[in-house]
Design a protein around this ligand. Structure first.
Ligand SMILES: [Zn+2]
Length: 288
């Protein structure tokens, strides 16, 4: 048995994972300050609430960048003051258990590989469609980390526009396809919710907006396919549940694919949802 924890800006969700499934769960709010000390305390209490008897390791998925050796946090999106914080060492000392860290989109990919749509695949691309677009690449059966450990940021793939991105760059895909942008559009146009806005995508008022958003996502998918030649592209996150998303996306992807890549790999929706990152985090101690 291993414990997997998914740290988010609003909640800490975790579970005891045995045989690739979650056998016990915990969910607590992320401390309001989101500071390292308070959040570390909360992570420790989440683990203790699950109980550590018979547990072999603890894995934590974090929304941001980690050191190449995965012992420290370099910086977290939307959580302040986490720069160069040695979370793995701090928690190991408190829990007397091996603690492993990984980026949350990478954890989602590991979860899919363990018990979801990625089972049996050696090469796939994962896109988590939420506040932004998280990305992860499994190549040759392993997570692709890159020289500094930052690889897989597919949401920040550059497209032919100049909108500033929250990451400090500009022209990135997630500036056009993200819950933040869709929420903004709802406010501007007086639409009650993102699913409602999506249901109005054929309406002349919203058609152009959604065409632009879907084309941005299609460009990310196509460039990922050309760069990595995956067996599948797996989508997860809240926006992956917009009804009919794959049906809208697939023709836009097909239009852009180079001939040798046709027919393109299947675009699949995660079968694990929010459990994916927890299952993946719990597998970190077992991942070669
Ligand atoms: Zn960006």
């Amino acid at each position: 048995m291993d414990i997997g924890i998914d740290l988010g800006g609003h909640k800490i969700a975790g579970g005891i994972v045995d045989g690739g499934g979650i056998v016990d769960r915990v969910k607590i709010p992320t401390p309001e300050s989101r500071y390292p000390k308070d959040t570390t305390d909360a992570l420790e209490s989440a683990v203790r609430e699950l109980g550590i008897d018979g547990v072999r390791s603890v894995g934590i998925g974090l929304p941001g960048m980690l050191s190449r050796d995965r012992r420290s946090v370099i910086g977290l999106t939307n959580l302040p003051l986490w720069e160069n914080y040695p979370l793995a060492d701090v928690l190991e000392e408190r829990l007397s258990l091996p603690v492993y860290l990984e980026n949350d989109a990478n954890c989602a990919a590991l979860g899919e590989m363990r018990s979801g749509q990625g089972a049996g695949l050696s090469d796939f691309v994962m896109l988590t469609l939420g506040t932004g677009i998280g990305g992860a690449i499994v190549s040759g059966g392993r997570l692709l980390l890159g020289h500094r450990g930052l690889a897989g940021e597919l949401g920040h793939m550059a497209l032919l526009h100049r909108k500033p991105c929250k990451c400090g760059g500009m022209g990135h895909g997630e500036t056009l396809f993200s819950a933040d942008r869709f929420d903004e559009r709802c406010l501007e146009t007086g639409v009650a919710s993102v699913p409602k806005l999506w249901s109005l995508r054929e309406d002349h008022l919203h058609r152009g907006f959604w065409e632009e958003a879907l084309e941005a996502l299609a460009c990310i998918v196509v460039s990922s396919i050309h760069a990595l030649d995956p067996q599948a592209v797996i989508l997860s996150g809240g926006l992956s549940n917009l009804p009919g998303l794959v049906a809208e996306l697939s023709p836009l992807v097909d239009l852009r694919l180079a001939n040798p890549f046709r027919p393109g790999p299947p675009i699949l929706i995660s079968s694990l949802g929010g459990d994916g990152p927890i299952i993946g985090a719990a597998s970190l101690g077992r991942t070669p």
